[in-house]
Design a protein around this ligand. Structure first.
Ligand code: LMR
Length: 396
């Protein structure tokens, strides 16, 4: 039967990892998958993670099952990280949280609960959005629509068009938002825009579904959660999915959360049972190691302080690289067309290059980025700024 299957195209993001590894050029530059690299081009295990792992190795006494929701210590620590220590929704017992296999696992599990709770509801996705949002929702049986977000020509959020589209969405529909570090554009909502959006979401009776995969990579852990915390404080129902891939550097450990903020404690308990039942039906329960690392760090004052410093270092470096790349591109191209790179946040910006230009960068210059010209700024190095900027200028 399998010879009847048609081979599927490679994943547009993850296939770049393989292509980059196979390229033997010493000049190669990896601006593909959203993975942080240091100035030496390495994605190191964070020192706080190493210390937490040593502690776990020493102290862990069993490998028995954790349960469908994963580690309770982890879930509680993550609730505080995401919503803040003293958030009203947590105090009121309105938040159900399960540990998930990365942010992707969280998005899929949460989408399945949404599909069960409100069978006809559509999920509205930003245009553009992370290419895997659609497939993760579709495989949960959810239909989606899109709302305008980035104006590629101005590199600004087309906020009026966004609000206009959402103001026309039927009550009960779901709007998928990026908590911070919008992927792929790096264009984030300001605090005023979050408040204006809240008004439309509330008035239309929409349910926000916030994907926060990069908490701590834009301005800081609390600043980046502004929208999540505001919406969870003001609205009866919010879905929040998070990832520890980037901010804890735990990529391959696959650790994240799915959170449902419900209108009452009873509704949250019920929603939690649906999250757990869905994980049971997909993969039974999440792997333990990554969550144990995160819980160990967040629940130990010293390790937590160390981790916050490491996170700040990654954030500060990315923001400095953004400024340096914008300045070098301005010098090399004699134009200000890439100035927006300095103002955007998180790992990604869309450079606005054509697929042909992206192809030339790869074939002629060994520079790897996603076909949409999504560029992982965390893959830039001071040492290759000139080479990279010359290459981009050459294909313009
Ligand atoms: C990305 O957007 O590059 C990362 O989130 C990796 C992935 O799974 O696509």
């Amino acid at each position: 039967m399998f010879e009847q299957l048609e081979a599927l195209p490679d994943d547009p993001i993850l296939s770049l990892i393989k292509l980059f590894r196979e390229d033997l050029s010493t000049k190669k530059v990896d601006l593909g998958a959203g993975v942080y690299q240091n100035e030496a081009g390495q994605t190191e295990v964070l020192p706080s993670v190493k210390r937490a792992e040593a502690k776990i190795l020493e102290e862990q006494t069993t490998k028995t099952y954790e349960g469908l929701a994963g580690s309770a210590d982890y879930n509680t620590a993550m609730q505080r990280l995401v919503f803040g220590d003293d958030h009203a929704a947590l105090r009121d017992g309105r938040v159900a949280t399960v540990q998930t296999t990365g942010g992707s696992g969280g998005l899929h599990v949460a989408a399945r609960v949404l599909a069960g709770a409100s069978p006809g509801a559509k999920v509205w996705l930003s245009e553009p959005t992370w290419p895997n949002h659609g497939p993760l929702l579709a495989s949960a049986g959810i239909e989606f629509a899109s709302y305008p977000y980035l104006n590629l020509a101005t590199q600004q959020i087309d906020f009026d068009a966004m609000l206009g589209a959402l103001a026309g969405a039927p009550a009960g529909d779901v709007v998928l938002l990026h908590g911070c570090c919008h992927n792929p554009s790096g264009a984030d909502l300001s605090t005023e825009q979050w408040r204006a959006l809240l008004e439309v979401v509330e008035r239309r009776g929409l349910v926000p579904f916030i994907d926060m995969a990069y908490q701590g990579f834009a301005e800081g852990v609390a600043e980046d959660a502004y929208g999540v915390r505001l919406f969870a404080a003001k609205l009866p129902e919010v879905v929040v999915v998070t990832s520890c891939s980037k901010n804890f550097g735990l990529y391959r450990e696959r650790v994240g959360t799915a959170n449902i903020v419900a209108a009452s404690t009873a509704a949250a308990v019920t929603a939690g049972s649906h999250l757990a039942s869905n994980t049971r039906r997909i993969y039974s329960m999440p792997p333990a190691h990554g969550a144990a690392v995160v819980a160990t760090i967040l629940n130990d004052e010293r390790l937590r302080a160390e981790w916050l410093e490491e996170l700040a270092e990654m954030r500060t470096r990315i923001n400095a690289l953004r400024r340096d790349l914008a300045a070098t591109l301005a010098a090399k191209t004699g134009s200000n067309r890439f100035d927006f790179v300095a103002d955007q946040r998180g790992m990604f910006s869309l450079l606005g290059l054509s697929p042909e230009q992206v192809g030339r960068l790869r074939d002629e210059f060994h520079v790897y980025m996603v076909g949409s010209s999504r560029t992982n700024i965390a893959g830039v190095r001071e040492a290759n700024l000139d080479y990279l900027s010359d290459a981009i200028a050459a294909v313009l």
